[in-house]
Design a binder for this molecule. Structure first.
Ligand code: 13P
Ligand code: SF4
Length: 296
């Protein structure tokens, strides 16, 4: 199957991008693995004609927003994001009408039509930089309330938070961290900003998935309690074979991130199946929010 993927990739002039939470066998066949920001940048700069996105729907949409001339394939169309589904363009438009004029900062974990109503996008890797880049002391952040509270704490700005969250990160509770710290007292606790604010307060470091990989490489610590989706343990271990990684909670699993199989990639490439294309009337305003972020 892996040989077949290699020859299909060549034949179709394709590139395979995989998020850091994807299963090991998918990460191993990908041309690039990364966090949402790295994948967005790669999607905007590749020469390939076809992008196979091994992640969830909003990631493939972002690639289509950035590269309308390319074919973007999501090998499983039902790989969605529960947090992205917690806001719609209609509900955002209604909210905007209740607030005085202010910038709308939208996490890339959102649908294209929500991005289209936004001033600028952000990821977990650049959210503080994005908020600080705005000449405003007040803003609305969507859809992740935990990321919004993290940004308010880091920047001192007044942030109106949309009431969305990632169920996989929300499941991590302070008692899980206490138990993990007791079991591994020598380990650093690294957490994702999508975790609850109580968890932020307990963390040694708060950063994106790729930020965690870089931090583990740079840190003197030899072991880490990992407060993000359990799939990150694989790239962490691969990049740091002499260090130890323990999930903060095994409940931190995103089923949508585990849907794509090697067979799905083969079928998708063979039949050019699972294309994600954002219509121009949404793509153009969404592009301005995504590009504003990438150009920072
Ligand atoms: P990052 O890899 O950008 O930190 O994103 C985490 C996530 O939840 C993606 O779905
Ligand atoms: Fe969405 Fe959370 Fe899954 Fe990421 S981990 S795709 S934010 S539900």
């Amino acid at each position: 199957m892996k040989e077949k993927i290699k020859s299909l990739v060549k034949e179709k002039n394709a590139i395979i991008l995989a998020h850091n939470y994807q299963p090991p066998e998918i990460q191993d066949v990908a041309d690039l693995c990364g966090d949402s920001l790295e994948l967005s940048i790669k999607a905007s700069r590749t020469d390939a004609e076809v992008i196979v996105f091994c992640g969830v729907h909003f990631m493939a949409e972002t690639a289509s927003i950035l590269s309308p001339q390319k074919t973007v394939l999501l090998p499983r169309r039902d790989a969605g994001c529960l947090m992205a589904d917690m806001i719609t363009a209609e509900s955002l438009a209604n909210k905007i009408n209740t607030l005085p004029p202010m910038p709308i900062v939208t996490y890339v974990n959102s649908t294209a039509d929500v991005k289209a109503l936004s001033t600028i996008c952000c990821t977990s890797a650049n959210v503080v930089k994005v908020a600080n880049s705005l000449d405003a002391e007040e803003m609305l952040m969507t859809p992740d309330r935990n990321l919004a509270m993290y940004t308010a704490a880091q920047t001192g700005k007044k942030i109106h938070a949309w009431d969305g969250y990632c169920p996989s990160h929300e499941r991590l509770l302070p008692e899980d961290v206490i138990a993990a710290r007791e079991a591994h007292p020598e380990a650093e606790f690294i957490a994702h900003p999508e975790c609850r604010p109580e968890i932020h307060a307990m963390a040694d470091v708060i950063t994106s998935t790729s930020g965690m990989i870089r931090h583990a490489q740079a840190s003197k610590a030899k072991s880490f309690i990992v407060g993000t989706e359990v799939g990150l343990i694989y790239p962490l271990q691969k990049a740091n074979p002499d260090k130890k990684f323990f999930p903060a909670s095994k409940k931190m699993l995103c089923k949508n991130m585990k849907k794509i199989s090697i067979e799905d990639i083969v079928r998708s490439l063979e039949n050019m199946e699972g294309e994600v294309k954002v219509p121009e009337d949404i793509r153009v305003p969404a592009l301005s929010a995504v590009e504003r972020m990438i150009n920072l």
